[in-house]
Design a protein around this ligand. Structure first.
Ligand SMILES: Nc1nc2c(ncn2[C@@H]2O[C@H](COP(=O)(O)OP(=O)(O)OP(=O)(O)O)[C@@H](O)[C@H]2O)c(=O)[nH]1
Length: 499
């Protein structure tokens, strides 16, 4: 092994040491400045760092640097490289000098790119930052670098390039992972059909996913809005309630859920279910960030409204039905009452009939004195025969009215058939009753109904007291007395001899 160099090309020191290498290349080392390089004549194959005034400290820094540091000539041969690159290529800095990437990197595309790229940078003469990929020879895995490439001139004027490559593989993996996570999150949100919002409270900015924009008919490229611009998207009638709910959440436990209407850009109303939660607080425990989502519940709200309307209609129909039933029931009750009254009235004269008589007697107090009077219009057949039945009917009605007007309200007036009437006067004795009946008789006689002036209506009366509540007996005696009145010449009142 022979040292071809006479002195160090950097500091001129002549005491150079041979350091090792292989059969083809061995290395010299300058103990004065720390410069190293293959042992070749400088004029034919310059290979050491041209401008650096290297010292051993600099050499150590370069060699131990975590970033790849290398120097290449125009043809891509390494003039210098550090341990970081040597490790990647499974070699040593010394062994790599004079060789190129093709000697280590199995990926020919990468090798071609390096070569074309360094020549392009050297031609440009300016520093460039390049994103590039290399291959870890030991594992075969790709490594990603951000490389600063600075073109330089060697002492002989030829081109070379300094490359400092920072390994960004882990960072890239982290970004890829993050991107993957974000994508997964986006897919999940898309699948859920949720409009997501993220409110930076301090800076008053709200970020949205595209679904949120789509839901409100907004341009989905504008995923960031100031909070103030969003207020107008809430339906005016729901705005205050919604804002109060959010404020309550900010002041309280940080969560809320609210249903309200929002306005699409088309003016269409969309119902949303909006949920939010404070996810970050500052040192003063003031909310700093709130996130949440909205979902379209228009269809549900419409269905609820239809249900409510239908329910209201049913309620209204029920109320109308109930009212109708109540009206009909009242009408029926009234009709029934009228029927009850009619059933107890004589159809022609309107006074009571036998049914009313029975009921009236049933309700009559035992202790109350009463007098039974039978009345029969005299020669009624003649009236019918002479003036016709219509006149006969009028006479019956007039006499009935006369009877009703001349007795007390709680006395009974009933038509027993034909021209025969029954009176029951209560709270009177025989004498008082006879006085009333006499008045009646006289009054009937004065009724001026018949067309012939000399013809008068008269009636005969039989009177008997009601004792021991034996009505049938009292009626029989009144009937006998009536017969007697007829017999004596009519138009008179006869009291039963039995009282
Ligand atoms: N217009 C009319 N006539 C009736 C009605 N009910 C009975 N009559 C008639 O009344 C008449 C009663 O006649 P009678 O029983 O002979 O008695 P009267 O002619 O009054 O003779 P006296 O009772 O003896 O005075 C009959 O001709 C019946 O047809 C009625 O509702 N309307």
């Amino acid at each position: 092994m022979q040292n071809d160099l006479q002195s160090c090309p950097y500091c001129g020191n002549s005491g150079l040491h041979v350091q090792g290498g292989n059969d083809h290349v061995h290395f010299i080392c300058c103990p004065s400045c720390g410069g190293r390089g293959p042992n070749m004549p400088i004029s034919t194959e310059p290979s050491m760092l041209p401008h650096l005034q290297s010292d051993s400290l600099m050499h150590t820094v370069i060699n131990e640097a975590p970033d790849i540091i290398l120097l290449k000539d125009w043809n891509g041969r390494f003039l210098l490289c550090n341990s970081a690159l040597a490790r990647l290529y499974g070699s040593t800095p010394e062994q790599m000098v004079g060789k190129s990437d093709a000697d280590f990197n199995p990926d020919q595309d990468q090798v071609r790119f390096y070569q074309e790229n360094i020549q392009a940078v050297m031609r440009s003469g300016v520093v460039q930052i390049i994103e590039e990929t290399s291959t870890d020879v030991a594992t075969g895995e790709p490594r990603y670098f951000q490389s600063i490439k600075k073109p330089l001139k060697r002492p002989d004027g030829s081109d070379c390039i300094l490359v400092i490559a920072h390994d960004v593989t882990e960072l890239k993996h982290a970004y890829a992972l993050l991107e993957q996570k974000e994508k997964r999150y986006d897919y999940a949100m898309e699948a859920a059909g949720e409009g997501i919002w993220d409110w930076d409270i301090l800076n008053d900015r709200v970020l949205h996913n595209y679904k949120w924009c789509e839901l409100l008919g907004l341009d989905d490229a504008l995923t960031e809005h100031p909070m103030s611009a969003l207020g107008v998207l809430i339906h005016p009638q729901d705005r205050n309630g919604m804002m109060a709910t959010v404020q309550q959440a900010l002041d309280g436990d940080g969560t809320y859920a609210h249903e309200h209407r929002m306005l699409r850009t088309s003016g269409e109303v969309v119902w949303v279910y909006d949920r939010g939660r404070v996810v970050e607080y500052d040192e003063a425990v003031q909310p700093r960030r709130m996130v949440g989502s909205i979902s379209d519940i228009t269809a549900r709200k419409m269905a609820e409204r239809r249900l409510e309307e239908a329910s209201q209609q049913v309620t209204q129909a029920n109320e109308q039905l109930e009212k109708l039933v109540a009206e009909r029931t009242a009408e029926l009750a009234k009709a029934n009452r009228e029927l009850q009254i009619l059933a107890r009235r004589d159809a022609l004269t309107g006074v009571g009939n036998r049914l009313q008589l029975e009921e009236w007697l049933f309700g009559l107090s035992r202790d109350r004195s009463a007098v039974v009077i039978m009345l029969d219009i005299d020669h009624f057949k003649r009236i019918n025969d002479r003036y016709g039945h219509k006149m006969g009917d009028r006479v019956l009605k007039t006499v009935a009215q006369c009877l009703t007007e001349h007795v007390r309200r709680d006395d009974l007036v009933a038509r027993m058939g034909g021209e025969e009437f029954l009176l029951v006067l209560t709270g009177v004795d025989m004498n008082q009753a006879l006085a009333v009946v006499e008045k009646l008789r006289a009054h009937i006689e004065t009724l001026d109904m018949l067309p012939e002036a000399d013809q008068h209506i008269t009636a005969s009366f039989g009177v008997a007291t009601l004792s021991d509540n034996d009505f049938d007996h009292a009626m029989a005696r009144a009937d006998e007395a009536l017969y007697e009145a007829k017999h004596r010449g009519r138009n008179r009142v006869v009291a039963s001899p039995l009282g």
